[in-house]
Design a protein around this ligand. Structure first.
Ligand code: CAA
Length: 380
């Protein structure tokens, strides 16, 4: 077992760290406050190759791997969790399934511009009445000559208001005892494809999401991703990778909270000495650092397994479960160390505290991760 980063991984992490500290961190509070989509930063991330990190260069990607993606995701998210999830959705939830399951034509026409960041992608699985129980979606696609007619709605679509492409999941066969789903690529501007105004959220306020609607929206047969009837597996396999991205987002938020709390504890004095000299604060910092390291090790293992083409459903679920819950605890303690100032928008920890919360919810709640982990235990 080797815990050393390779020179390539160190280089990409340092590039991301430098970029995130210089270009993103100084703007993060304002982007959050004004709920502004960070278009300039998205463009810069594209130029750095961060929007299609593990996609081969022949399809517009950076030609790196999931491990490099994990390192960069942590750096970007430490500066701005909104920028982190924008990057994660494009990499994990859009480029990854199109690369893994798409046709050559889809890779040329859709993946190549999206992995290079010329266009942006999003992922449409969740529906107003089917979040955790994703199979029970109502969106359907009916076969017509040359393609399919899509009808339904998908909500909480991160990147939705700005994306050029969506990979969307719909029921295509209700005849058997189990419904069958199919994945489709739909382009913004397609007739019958609309969206509503963006959502307003507790955290990750600069990462816009919205509900999208399909009304007799025609998609050609050539837009099917993977095999007809196997879309649910495409969605689940995609989320195995996506959950690594969200675990990394949680690492970034948690690290930023820990760094802020450590620096503050050295400066702030009470009872005649810096609060860092009180054991009560030291114990909090020690627990936060230990949980962050444990979360990172789980996340890196899942990323390593994905790169080794090993099934990583359970390990991704464990990484996301632990990292997201640790992130919430770490942000909570960071705010406690700041005391009243932590509750103020003058300091960054209230943003970390709000941003942390979503990591336990999207791409499968903590309860869903436990279901995935328990299912693998009970199967064995
Ligand atoms: N890879 C490949 N195939 C998989 C799989 C995986 N990881 N997991 C399950 N499957 C297959 C199963 O083998 C099964 O195949 P068969 O029908 O051939 O037997 C099929 O998929 C159905 O599997 P289950 O019976 O396990 O499915 P289920 O209905 O019990 O649901 C679940 C399983 C884990 C609860 C799933 O519904 C789930 O993950 N729910 C959470 C949904 C979610 O994460 N949504 C996030 C939306 S995206 C988002 O949040 C984006 C954003 O904003 C950033």
């Amino acid at each position: 077992m080797d815990f050393e980063l390779t020179d390539d991984h160190r280089m990409v992490r340092d590039t991301a760290r430098d970029f995130a500290r210089r270009e993103i961190a100084p703007r993060a509070a304002e982007l959050d406050k004004s709920e502004t989509w960070p278009s300039g930063i998205v463009k810069q991330m594209a130029e750095l190759g961060f929007l299609g990190m593990a996609i081969p260069t022949e399809f517009g990607g950076a030609g790196l791997d999931t491990f490099a993606y994990a390192l960069v995701m942590e750096e970007i998210s430490a500066a701005c969790a909104s920028c982190g999830v924008i990057m994660s959705v494009n990499n994990s939830l859009f480029c990854d399934p199109v690369y893994k399951f798409g046709t050559d034509a889809q890779k040329q026409e859709v993946l190549t511009p999206t992995a290079s960041g010329i266009t942006l992608g999003c992922f449409g699985l969740t529906e107003p009445m089917s979040g955790s129980d994703a199979q029970t979606m109502v969106t359907g696609a009916t076969k017509v000559p040359g393609g399919w007619l899509l009808n339904g709605a998908k909500n909480w679509i991160t990147n939705g208001p700005h994306a050029d492409h969506i990979i969307v999941f719909a029921i295509t066969d209700r005849s058997g005892s189990k419904v069958k789903h199919t994945a489709f690529l739909v382009q913004k501007g397609a007739a019958g494809f609309t969206q509503n105004a963006r959502d307003h959220k507790l955290g990750i306020r600069a990462a816009h999401s919205c509900t999208v609607f399909f009304q007799d929206c025609f998609v050609a047969d050539t837009a099917v991703v993977g095999n007809v009837g196997e879309g649910f597996k495409v969605a689940m396999a995609t989320l195995d990778g996506g959950r690594i991205g969200i675990a990394c987002q949680a690492l970034g938020i948690a690290r930023a909270a820990l760094e802020a709390a450590t620096a503050y504890a050295k400066e702030r004095k009470s009872f005649g000495k810096p609060i860092a000299e009180h054991q009560a604060i030291q114990f909090m910092l020690a627990d936060m650092a230990t949980q962050l390291d444990a979360a990172r090790l789980l996340t890196w293992r899942a990323a390593w397994m994905k790169d080794a083409h090993m099934r990583h459903s359970t390990e991704s679920a464990q990484a996301k479960l632990y990292a997201s819950e640790a992130c919430t605890r770490i942000a909570h303690k960071a705010l406690q160390i700041f005391g009243g100032y932590g509750y103020s928008t003058e300091y960054p920890v209230e943003r970390h505290y709000r941003d942390a919360r979503i990591t336990e919810i999207y791409e499968g709640t903590s309860e869903i991760q436990r279901i995935v982990i328990a299912a693998s235990l009970l199967r064995a």
